[in-house]
Design a protein around this ligand. Sequence first.
Ligand code: ADP
Length: 484
Amino acid sequence: MSKGTKIPGYMQGKGRNPRGIIGDREIRYKCSLQNTILDVLRGRPGWQEVPGQNNVQQNVQANTKQQGQQSTGQPPSNTGKAGSGTTTTQGTTFGNKASDGDWDFYWCDREWLHQNYDTMFLYEHQKILHFRNHYELTRKNLMVKNLKRLKKQTEREQGKAEGLSFEFFPTTYELPSEYHIFVEEFKKNPGIIWIMKPAARAQGRGIFLFRRLKDITDWKKGEYQPLSDPNRDAPETYVVQRYIENPYLIGGRKFDVRVYVLVVSYNPLKVWLYRSGFARFSNTRFSLDSIEDTYVHLTNVAIQKNAPDYDPDKGCKWSTQQLRKYLSAKHGVDAVRKAYKGIDNIIIKSLQSVQKIIINDKHCFEMYGYDILFDSDLKPWLIEINASPSLTASGKEDYELKFGLLNDLLNVLDLENRLTGKEKRIGGWDLLWEDGPILADDGNMECVPNGNTTTIPNSFLGCHNDRKRQLRELYMAAQSVKKT
Ligand code: ADP
């Protein structure tokens, strides 16, 4: 776009617009990752990659210099800056370079956003991955802190019984800050197993299980005295969490479920849930006899693929459709529906716990990967939430899942302006919440026998994902609505 050109309003394409055009030009994207998301963006009709690696970065710096501002690491006081267009407080127009006009969509990494968000200007039409302080939900210690706070507030305002709806995260303490409270709790429950996890690491790194306080005091000595990492000047934050000793087992193996959730706004809260995902199995039969064996207890693919008997062809995944079918055959549709309602509750409560803290910005969206573990009573537990769930495919099926997931995400964001904005289902995404629960429509009841749509939530995790057919019908319907 040439300097000073007025960008046509966001989503101003008229009528059906399959080629991806904003107003009078094609949609331009940037992408920090080299995996499925890049394939999806490159394959999207009419979307154009912005050439060059660092032009966004350079122009942010240029803008910062012009303003004479320093990044404070804090949110800008004028968070309405985004969308406020191109004018500084001095009234200078950045008529602009790459950061403002040259891209419409940016799949950036979290580090990039941290470094640049506070000094960045976003035009009305721009969409960018991640909210500024996503870590409030995705760092293990902060997630629990926020959940505990909302639980207390709910108990205060609505009574203890309501607080019970928060009983989905295992008892957790932050270390070293809550070490003494943890020790008290530890002594009250002799013999149980605890799991130690670094608060900000991923892929099972640094995790271990223990039963005796001595194990953790030995570890404490090694970790903290002296500090084992010379680059650190304070002990790393960990969480210590009650270990779920009775996981639901299939074929004697433990698994957890990866659930994809899309938040397009925190205020009002608007949340989509993807039908497809997968269960990740451990490679070795579950037992509490060998708590030091990570192949038994940690279901991360990053861990399991190093197991000596790991079979890359068989992998260790099931689709959520396979899982729901299996559980329904074993326990009945109603029991499974109840269990999956628990997952909806986890999603909504966890997002509400940070709703007032996350810096809401209409340019930002987030696709979370929730890790859910069922116990032997089919009760779902929240293990953690990722803001950058892996988009690298582990095989053909995984690639198809992720390709569809990401394409449908772009369909929900609808930069092409092909939809009406009133949809409850777009491809594999179902609208779960928009400032309140969404109820299902007729014709969407595969997992619900004798469905009564006045009470069934619009939530279909693990149900049939006939996304291509649904999209075809959806776009045809939207086109005729738009014509009238
Ligand atoms: P990471 O971010 O390193 O993946 P997680 O919190 O997701 O850390 O834990 C890794 C794995 O450990 C999980 O996928 C799960 O299999 C297991 N796990 C974690 N916490 C618990 C727990 N409280 N009870 C049982 N298993 C757990």
